[in-house]
Design a protein around this ligand. Sequence first.
Ligand SMILES: Nc1ncnc2c1ncn2[C@@H]1O[C@H](COP(=O)(O)OP(=O)(O)OP(=O)(O)O)[C@@H](O)[C@H]1O
Ligand SMILES: [Mg+2]
Length: 166
Amino acid sequence: MNMIQLNNLERSYKTPAGQTWVLRRINLEIREGEFITIMGPSGAGKSSLLNVLALLDDVWEGEYWFREEAVHAMKRKQRSELAKRNIGMVFQLLLADEPTGNLHSSQAKEIMELFQELNQQGTTIIQVTHSDTNAAYGSRTIQLRDGWMVSDTANPEFQPYEAVKQ
Ligand SMILES: Nc1ncnc2c1ncn2[C@@H]1O[C@H](COP(=O)(O)OP(=O)(O)OP(=O)(O)O)[C@@H](O)[C@H]1O
Ligand SMILES: [Mg+2]
């Protein structure tokens, strides 16, 4: 079953210069237990996408299904209840925006090893990073450019839980 499904999700900001689009027709399916990396240049929409996924943002268009629940049909209160139950910074569903941004590489490695361990215990992880080293810990990498999802690539080196368990 999909944990998360986005159908034609779009996000724009109203600025004095007019409307700017930061997420364009995003279609994304995330299964339970995946370890996903979101990459792309500055301004590509990575943090915007993570905020939508984390149920922090509600000013978007399109469909967002979280398990069987239609997030797009929810009021703010229902959405924050869903987030409380399911989205964690450490212990549940884990979403991380450049978690190792300002760290020494040995500390970054420790964090990535912690993520790896949590993922092997069944936690679904979505991280934003500019680092190929960090991305290499994940099962799948999504690339954004100017709000468009331009690629979605599986990591052939990834060790899934089933393989690690033995
Ligand atoms: N509150 C806001 N109001 C107006 N525009 C915004 C707002 N937040 C983000 N943007 C714009 O949306 C676009 C995407 O921003 P976002 O923060 O998602 O990019 P990012 O990929 O996380 O970049 P970075 O690598 O620099 O963190 C940028 O053009 C940014 O200027
Ligand atoms: Mg960002």
